[in-house]
Design a protein around this ligand. Structure first.
Ligand SMILES: Cc1ncc(C[n+]2csc(CCOP(=O)(O)OP(=O)(O)O)c2C)c(N)n1
Ligand SMILES: CC(=O)[C@@H](O)[C@H](O)COP(=O)(O)O
Ligand SMILES: [Mg+2]
Length: 633
């Protein structure tokens, strides 16, 4: 059936039985493909019926479906003409793991970061009303993504404007890990007993003071099933925002889901449809362990065993998590904060060892940073572990709430550089540029895991904001020393002498620069390598001395060239009046596509061969890096 389907419009002629068969085929295709490509399996499996029902009821692409995060849109892709390309999912040159307007007219909004769907859908609804057209606009948001503040900013405006807008809340009680926060307790109707007692007291107090009807209301409330626990429904929350509330609906029963959505589609004003689904539905290992199968690498579809999961060096994330836990044993001021990325940021062990000093704030990066600022004001040493791409959300909080007050907040920036298959929404290639101009910040990029530990200790000893960044994936397997030695702030290290040119390589690219220098030595070129360690403050003395000595400088960074480390070196040399030729190797002024990390490093001249080619050409007089030119820099 899936093979024969040409457009989602054809779903309108299918019986519910046929649609159920189709759902099975879609699941099979998703499991089979993701078992080879890796990807966001559990979230996509959970919304197969919901996706079918939406496409059956709506007239897409005229009607708009705005997926939040977009990691659950695989069924949507299969229903909207991408079956043939589906095997290329998340591969270099293949289809994206997220909705993309360039990829299909059915993809209404580009996404990858969470909590944007209601804002974007409301914008579309407002535009529709300006144009005087009639299309329907639907935002589909998960319970995890609803913890992001932007979702509430949008609900606030939507309830006020009363535009025709449908928000589908896909409630599977999971973010990547189990969902957190008071809101999730309300939505899942699993209020903790303290919360129930508190609400009960407050509500009874309130109701007993309502003139005339208060006492009756109180009686009703008391009689309600499970006392007041049953009286408070998630619907009340959304109704308070001016939405009509429909639900909770079983998100896997097409025979009830379709008519319910048909009714909703005819309602006026904003409507919130609460749909309950099971993350990983239809693949037992994913249902059992939805966190593992949230974003998973290739696996054996017969057993659910994830391939290549064990063995090999620890990841940078793993070294960070272990080291922070060890440091927290010695320093009681250290607390750790994650924004819904417990496993992703390596904080699981810390959370178990120090439950009182660990905070998962939900998908709320801005709040995470300002919350850390509050902790720091009161003498704690908060470490906010965020992916580079998600820290973008909290830029003003870093500036205004942390740096301005010179608060000792540490930013542990994971997934810095090119992350691979998630692609342009997730590459962490801007943090050098958006951090280095902030006064009071210290910014480090360790070249390996030993240096990561040193950066971590340096951060806890420094009385002000510090950031250090490290990449996705395995570290180099270096033996970690028993004692960690902190850096002197602003001091780099010369790793190799050379007279024809010097490479300043910041971060894990340093290792590739050393390999490049080896290659060039084989060709008779003498190239030095310096690890600057600090993006800010720069080790001026060392960098200027090396620039003066060789007169030929090559900077290397896994960040956009605009405003990054190379720019900092150019500014320094300009300010100091040093005449040196400078080549900047880094990422171009455009969004980098998806692909494996090695593929992308090679494409953008950031591996040893690429760096060697750039340096060789530059020494021989070519003024720009050929790799960057070929890739559009
Ligand atoms: C701003 C931002 N922070 C963090 C993430 C990482 N992330 C992706 S999906 C996800 C959980 C989303 O949970 P939910 O919306 O409930 O969707 P589900 O996977 O349960 O279907 C998180 C934390 C993100 N994409 N964007
Ligand atoms: C959709 C999303 O934002 C996350 O699931 C992200 O893909 C996780 O990335 P890692 O696999 O690097 O943890
Ligand atoms: Mg969820």
């Amino acid at each position: 059936m899936l093979k024969k389907l040409r457009t989602p419009d054809e779903l309108k002629s299918f019986s519910v039985k046929q649609l159920e068969v189709l759902a099975g085929e879609i699941r099979e295709k998703i499991i089979d493909t993701v078992s080879r490509t890796g990807g966001h399996l559990a979230s996509s499996l959970g919304v197969v019926e919901l996706t079918i029902a939406l496409h059956r009821v709506l007239n897409t692409p005229a009607d708009k479906i705005v997926w939040d995060v977009g990691h659950q849109a695989y069924a949507h892709k299969l229903l909207t003409g991408r079956l043939e390309q589906f095997d290329t999912l998340r591969q270099l040159g293949g289809i994206s793991g997220f909705p993309k307007r360039d990829e299909s007219p059915y993809d209404a909004f580009d996404v990858g970061h969470s909590s944007t769907s209601i804002s974007a859908a409301l914008g579309m609804a407002a535009a529709r009303d300006c144009h005087g057209s009639q299309e329907k606009v639907v935002a589909v948001i998960g319970d995890g993504s609803l913890t992001g503040g932007m979702a509430f900013e949008a609900l606030n405006q939507a309830g006020d404007q009363q535009k025709n807008l449908i928000v589908v809340l896909n409630d599977n009680e999971m973010s990547i890990s189990p969902n957190v926060g008071a809101l999730s307790s309300l939505i899942n109707r699993k209020m903790t007993s303290e919360l129930v007692v508190r609400i009960k007291k407050e509500a009874e107090n309130f109701l007993s003071h309502v003139p005339r009807i208060g006492k009756d209301l109180l009686k009703v409330a008391r009689k309600a099933e499970d006392s007041l626990k049953g009286f408070f429904t998630p619907g009340m929350l959304f109704e308070a925002f001016g939405f009509d509330y429909v639900g909770p609906l079983n998100g896997h029963r097409l025979e009830t889901l379709i008519p319910a959505l048909e009714n909703v589609a005819n309602l006026e004003g904003p409507v919130l449809v609460h749909v309950v689904t099971r993350k990983g539905k239809g693949f037992e290992p994913a249902e059992r362990n939805p966190s593992l199968f949230h974003g998973v690498g290739p696996f054996d579809k017969a057993t659910g065993e994830v391939r290549g999961g064990k063995g090999g060096p620890a990841s940078f994330t793993g070294v960070f998590g272990k080291t922070l836990t060890a440091m927290a044993e010695k320093d009681e001021r250290i607390v750790a904060i994650t924004a819904a990325m417990l496993e992703g940021t390596g904080l699981k062990e810390f959370s178990q060892r120090f439950p009182q000093r660990f905070f998962d704030v939900g998908i709320a990066e801005q709040h995470a940073v300002t919350f850390a600022a509050g902790l720091a004001c009161q003498g704690m040493r908060p470490v906010v572990a965020l992916y580079s791409t998600f820290l973008q959300r909290a830029y003003d909080n870093v500036v205004h709430d942390v740096a301005l007050q010179r608060l000792p907040v540490t930013f542990a920036i994971d997934r810095a550089g090119l992350v691979g298959a998630d692609g342009p929404t997730h590459h962490g290639v801007f943090d050098f540029s958006f951090l280095r101009h902030i006064p009071n910040m210290v910014v480090m990029a360790p070249r390996d895991e030993i240096e990561l530990q040193r950066a971590m200790l340096t951060a806890t000893l420094h009385d002000g904001p510090v950031a250090y960044r490290y990449p996705r994936g395995q570290a180099f397997g270096l033996p970690l020393p028993d004692a960690i030695e902190p850096f002197a702030v602003g001091r780099g290290e010369k790793l190799r002498d050379g007279n024809d040119a010097v490479i300043f390589a910041l971060g894990t690219v340093c290792r590739e620069a050393l390999l490049a220098a080896d290659m060039l030595a084989g060709e008779g070129l003498s190239v030095g390598v310096v690890d600057p360690r600090f993006l800010k403050p720069l080790d001026k003395e060392l960098l200027i001395a090396e620039a003066r000595r060789t007169g030929v400088v090559v900077t290397v960074e896994e960040n956009v060239r605009q405003g990054g480390f190379g720019s900092a070196v150019l500014e320094m040399l300009g300010d100091e009046g040093i005449a040196a030729r400078v080549l900047r190797i880094g990422l171009p002024d455009r969004f980098v596509e998806q692909g494996t990390q090695p593929q992308l490093h090679a494409r953008y001249g950031l591996d040893a061969e690429g760096i060697a080619a750039g340096v060789r050409n530059f020494i021989h007089g070519q003024t720009t890096n050929p790799q960057s030119r070929a890739s559009g820099a």
